[in-house]
Design a protein around this ligand. Structure first.
Ligand code: ASP
Ligand code: MG
Length: 421
C-alpha cells in the first residue's frame, strides 16, 4: 500500500526543518509519495516578484534576490559539499524566473503569476529530494506538471481527473519488493498547452488528495506545526481543543468556512474512496493528531470557531431601486465568476443583494468597478467573518461581545456573523 504525505511551508522553512522531514519519513518504512509546498513564506515573496515585475516599480531584482538568498542559506546549511550538483540545479531553476522577467509582460497577471510563483515548489522539492538522497533516504524527484493536468484557469486551475489519473499510473510506479519514495510538488499543475498552472493558495493539500485518490492510497497525512485540527486558530483563541476524530463532512464544513488547517478541496476525493486523512504534528510525529474518516464521534459536537479577517461586504442594488430578481442575480454571479472571486457569504433583501468576499488587492476594486456599471454599490471593508459550528449562547457571546454586527446567518449547526471591530 502507498501512503501520501504532505509537508507545508512551515515544515521546510529552514535547514533544521528539512532535516526533521527526514526524521519523520524515516519513521515510515513503506511506499510513499511526499508532496511538498514552497519553503517558509516563499510563495508570498514570489508574489512580490510578480507584483514588482508587472508594476515596473524597479524592485523586481531586489525581491528575487531575497528569494535566492533564502534558498542559498538553506542549501549551505544542508550540504557541506559545495560542489554538490544541487547548487547548480537551484541556480538553473532561478534562471527560469530570470527569463520570465527579462522582457515586459505580454500576458495577463494570473498567467504570469503561475509561471513565477510555481518555482517555489520546484525549488523546495529539488532541495528536499537531494538532501534526503544525501542522507540515505533514496527517493525520486518527480515534476508534478507531467502528472497533474488542468485547464488554463491560471491561479485557480481545474483538474482534468481522467488525464491526471492516467498519468499517475504511468509516472508513479511502485515496486512491492522494495520501498519507493517519490518527492513532488504541491500546488502546481500543467495546462494542455504545457504552461504551469496553480490550484489556488494553500493548494498543496489538494494535490495530496488528488494523488491519494488516483493511487487508492492507504491514507494521507498532512504534517503541520499544530498537533492536529483544533476547534479554533490559536492565533485568535486561548484554550483551543484538538478534535481527535471528525467525519469528512464535518471537515469539509470547517474547511469551507475557512479553518486554515486543510484546503477545502482536499476532502472530497478522499471521502469518495474512504481514504483516511490524518493531520499530525511534525514536531511530535508519534502523537495521534486528528483523524478524518467516515466515523462520527462526539468530537464533532465540540464548538469550532472560524475567523476570516479582511473581509469586504458588497451590497448590490438596482440603480432604480427595483427588486434584485433572478435575471440580475444570474448576471451578478456571472461577474463574480468572470473575476474568479469566491463568495464567502451572501444574503438578499427586498432591494439589495449582499456578498462577502476576501479583500484582494488585485481584484476587489476591479470587481466593484465592474458591478458599478450596472448596479448601485455600497461596500464596507476591514470586516471579520466569524463562523461557529455547534454554537450555543455562550459561544455566541464570546465572539460577538463589543462588536458591531452587520449580518447574522443561522442554521441548525452553524451560525455566522459579519462584524466590525
Ligand atoms: N505554497 C503555496 C502557498 O503558500 C501552496 C501551499 O502552501 O499549499 O499557498
Ligand atoms: Mg503553505
Amino acid at each position: 500500500m502507498i501512503k501520501v504525505f504532505k509537508f507545508g511551508g512551515a515544515s521546510v522553512k529552514n535547514a533544521e526543518a528539512v532535516k526533521n522531514v527526514g526524521e519523520v519519513i524515516k519513521l515510515h518504512p513503506g511506499n510513499l509519495v511526499v508532496v511538498i509546498s514552497a519553503m517558509g513564506k516563499t510563495t508570498n515573496e514570489l508574489e512580490k516578484v510578480v507584483e514588482s515585475y508587472l508594476d515596473k516599480d524597479g524592485k523586481v531584482n531586489e525581491h528575487l534576490q531575497a528569494v535566492k538568498d533564502f534558498h542559498t542559506n538553506i542549501l549551505n546549511d544542508l550540504f557541506k559539499n559545495k560542489t554538490h550538483s544541487i547548487f547548480n540545479e537551484v541556480h538553473n531553476t532561478f534562471v527560469e524566473i530570470e527569463w520570465e522577467i527579462e522582457d515586459d509582460a505580454v500576458r495577463e497577471y494570473d498567467y504570469v503569476y503561475d509561471q513565477i510563483v510555481s518555482v517555489g515548489e520546484v525549488l523546495s522539492t529539488k532541495i528536499v529530494s537531494a538532501y534526503l538522497n544525501e542522507i540515505g533516504i533514496n527517493n525520486k524527484w518527480k515534476d508534478i506538471r507531467n502528472i497533474i493536468q488542468t485547464d488554463n484557469t491560471y491561479r485557480n486551475a481545474k483538474i482534468d481527473w481522467k488525464l491526471t489519473d492516467e498519468l499517475v499510473q504511468k509516472e508513479l510506479k511502485f515496486d512491492n519488493e522494495k520501498q519507493s519514495i517519490f518527492i513532488t510538488q504541491g500546488f502546481i499543475g500543467s495546462s494542455s498547452e504545457l504552461f504551469t498552472t496553480t490550484l489556488g493558495r494553500e493548494g498543496s493539500d489538494f494535490s495530496a488528495g488528488i494523488l491519494a485518490y488516483c493511487l487508492n492510497a492507504e491514507n494521507v497525512t498532512i504534517w503541520k506545526d499544530v498537533p492536529g485540527m483544533l476547534n479554533a486558530d490559536p492565533k485568535w483563541f486561548d484554550n483551543t481543543i484538538k478534535l481527535d476524530n471528525i467525519s469528512y463532512l464535518e471537515a469539509v464544513e470547517l474547511a469551507y468556512y475557512g479553518a486554515s488547517v486543510i484546503h477545502p478541496k482536499t476532502i472530497k476525493p478522499l471521502q469518495n474512496k474512504s481514504i483516511p486523512l490524518y493531520i499530525k504534528s511534525f514536531v511530535s510525529p508519534h502523537n495521534d493528531g486528528t483523524l478524518i474518516n467516515n466515523e462520527t464521534k462526539q468530537d464533532s459536537l465540540i464548538p469550532s470557531f472560524i475567523f476570516k479577517m479582511n473581509q469586504v461586504l458588497i451590497s448590490i442594488s438596482a440603480k432604480d431601486y427595483s427588486f434584485i430578481m433572478e435575471d440580475s442575480l444570474s448576471h451578478i454571479f456571472g461577474i463574480f465568476s468572470t473575476f474568479n472571486v469566491p463568495i464567502n457569504l451572501m444574503q438578499n433583501s427586498a432591494i439589495s443583494f449582499s456578498v462577502c468576499v476576501d479583500f484582494d488587492s488585485q481584484k476587489t476594486m476591479l470587481l466593484i468597478d465592474q458591478l458599478k456599471k450596472d448596479y448601485k454599490i455600497l461596500y464596507n471593508d476591514n470586516l471579520e467573518l466569524v463562523t461557529i459550528r455547534h454554537y450555543d449562547t455562550a459561544t455566541i457571546k464570546r465572539v460577538t461581545d463589543k462588536k458591531e454586527l452587520l449580518v447574522e446567518q443561522r442554521s441548525r449547526n452553524t451560525i455566522r456573523f459579519i462584524m466590525k471591530n
